[in-house]
Design a protein around this ligand. Structure first.
Ligand code: HEM
Length: 168
């Protein structure tokens, strides 16, 4: 017979599996779609005048970054637990403000709408917006700026001093 704790853990696993199955049934998102989305998104980002140089200054070898991003989006969109990093630490020292986050989201949404069903695109975009908002708050607070609800972080945008070469 299973102990009450064991039964509880089983129920939680069942619930989690059910939530994931619902996401997949509703959106059709799978690892293959995530990989195509991430690859196409970063191909565009690298060409972008505003964002491209920020990535180019920090990423020499793209394949490991892309692999990390597959794991990240798999965790975010499908709750797979494949990603275990700390994105805030990688972003708070970047020379970015609201303009950069808006551009990032614009390219991300455009790419998601090109490749995904409306339900899948909505699922990705909603999560990307929430994460972008929290990263923007983190960048602002790193600069000693408290951003209130509904406000954005505006720096003398393209003139933010670099703090070391890498965003590590
Ligand atoms: C202003 C827009 C953004 C810029 C310029 C930017 C830039 C970067 C750069 C340069 C790295 C590599 C850092 C390193 O390896 O040292 C990175 C990593 C990453 N970014 Fe962004 N990013 C932006 C927005 C976002 C958003 C909105 C998300 C999530 C929705 C995101 C998720 C990640 C993740 C998960 C990593 C990997 C962190 C790790 O190493 O575990 N980024 N980003």
């Amino acid at each position: 017979m299973t102990s009450p704790e064991g039964q509880n853990a089983m129920n939680q696993l069942d619930r989690r599996a059910q939530i994931i199955a619902d996401i997949v049934a509703r959106t059709g998102i799978d690892e293959d779609l995530i990989e195509r989305l991430v690859r196409r998104f970063y191909a565009k980002v690298r060409q972008d005048d505003l964002l491209g140089p920020i990535f180019a200054a920090r990423i020499d070898d793209w394949e490991p970054h892309l692999q990390r991003m597959f794991a990240f989006w798999s965790s975010v969109a499908l709750m797979s637990g494949r990603y275990g990093g700390r994105p805030m630490e990688k972003h708070m020292r970047l020379p970015v403000d609201a303009d950069h986050f808006d551009r990032w989201l614009e390219i991300f949404e455009e790419t998601a709408r090109e490749l995904c069903s409306p339900a899948a695109a909505d699922h990705f975009v909603e999560r990307a917006r929430n994460i972008a908002q929290s990263l923007e708050l983190g960048v602002a607070s790193h600069h000693g700026v408290l951003v209130m609800k509904g406000e954005r972080f505006r720096h003398v945008a393209h003139d933010i001093p670099e703090e070391g070469d890498r965003a590590t």
